[in-house]
Design a protein. Structure first.
Length: 366
């Protein structure tokens, strides 16, 4: 997305669910940068969160309206829609962790499936909405470990409760398109993004946050559970700008609505072990005097089932939007390390995020 295309969102009324999460906080910063009129609807953020570090002050200053709410609460959600009258809606709210879904399957399904039903219903009952995007995941596909990249027309049937609930979220959206949105001339899409990395992710059971925690704790060895698993890793700005690209494009041309994979180049679909090695290279190069070098070790995986191979075929997005990834995996890791350095030094992480947003836009126009 170019700077000129981003101006499309200036003064637009945009409602984002899940704005206090990692991706939601980065999206909020992009939309504030674009001058959008943003309302966020989400659970109370964790004490240690990117939202509290980099977005909460803007909400307190009235630059962003932040509403505490649960997507499982339809009545409250609908009241917010009726009050805000949004033009554009992005649905990011979810229970996003695979391991948590094994521990809390019912909560995961309630949030990820009925939350989507409630969101779609609120969209259906709010005539002001002109474009809608539901963010799901690369894990929605039936993964038989064939070693091939998934295309958008392949069967949906995620294995674990998280992945399966997101498959259901896709089907809910598709049903609303067929049953309601098409007749309403309301374009609605789903976006299936790969694994995101970037500064400010404090989640448990994610590999780069685990690396960062180990590095900041002063320990020297990172424990890696699944070093041979292949994932489509990308910087968080890659899918976020693509979400906005889809949201804008389908409003201007409703035929652009659909389901889209968003992932990195094939060369950046690396094993977890390779990713950690690359992170260590970036971290060790940037470390301050006196800090020790980091290493990693394979500790084995005694946890529940997770796919060992996952890659996306993104040719549809390339064809439809002329899209391609902007930053490779090494650049993504360098930016993550840079953000972490600012955070560790007690610096202005919101300003660092803006620097990265500007750098990303600059590089996307090259």
């Amino acid at each position: 997305m170019t700077r000129e295309e981003l101006t499309f969102f200036k003064d637009k009324k945009i409602l984002v669910t899940g704005h206090t999460g990692f991706k939601g906080s980065w999206l909020a910063r992009i939309l504030l940068y674009a001058g959008a009129d943003v309302t966020g609807y989400s659970l109370i953020p964790e004490e240690e969160s990117l939202y509290r570090l980099a977005v909460e002050a803007d909400a307190s200053a009235g630059k962003l309206r932040s509403i505490t709410g649960d997507v499982r609460d339809f009545d409250h959600l609908l009241r917010v829609f009726q009050e805000v009258q949004p033009e554009l809606v992005l649905h990011l709210a979810a229970q996003p962790i695979v391991r948590t879904s094994y521990e809390q399957p019912r909560y995961t399904y309630e949030t990820n499936v009925m939350g989507t039903v409630n969101l779609c219903e609120a969209v259906r009952l709010t005539p002001s909405v002109r474009s809608f995007l539901n963010v799901t995941t690369d894990k929605v596909y039936k993964n038989e470990e064939r070693g091939e990249a998934f295309r958008e027309d392949e069967p949906l049937d995620g294995y674990d409760p998280y992945s399966n609930s997101k498959s259901c979220s896709e089907l809910v959206t598709h049903s609303y398109v067929n049953s309601f949105f098409r007749e309403m001339h309301l374009p609605a899409s789903t976006a299936r993004a790969g694994n995101v990395i970037g500064g400010g992710d404090f989640a448990r059971d994610r590999i780069i946050p685990d690396c960062v925690r180990t590095a900041l704790s002063g320990e020297k060895t990172i424990a890696v559970r699944n070093p041979y698993s292949i994932r489509p890793f990308q910087h968080v700005l890659e899918p976020l700008f693509m979400y906005l690209t889809i949201l804008r494009a389908q409003l201007l041309d409703p035929s652009m609505a659909g389901a889209y994979n968003i992932g990195p180049e094939d060369s950046d679909c690396v094993t977890t072990g390779d990713l950690v090695t690359r992170f260590l290279n970036a971290w060790n190069q940037a470390r301050r005097e006196g800090e020790q070098e980091l290493t990693w070790e394979n500790v084995g995986n005694n946890g529940p089932h997770e796919a060992t191979f996952l890659k996306l075929d993104c040719s549809l997005a390339r064809r439809c939007f002329g899209w391609k990834p902007v930053w490779n995996i090494d650049r993504a890791l360098r930016e993550t390390v840079a953000w972490t350095g600012v955070y560790a030094a007690g610096g202005d992480v919101a300003a660092e995020m803006e620097r990265e947003i500007e750098a990303f836009l600059h590089d996307s126009e090259r």
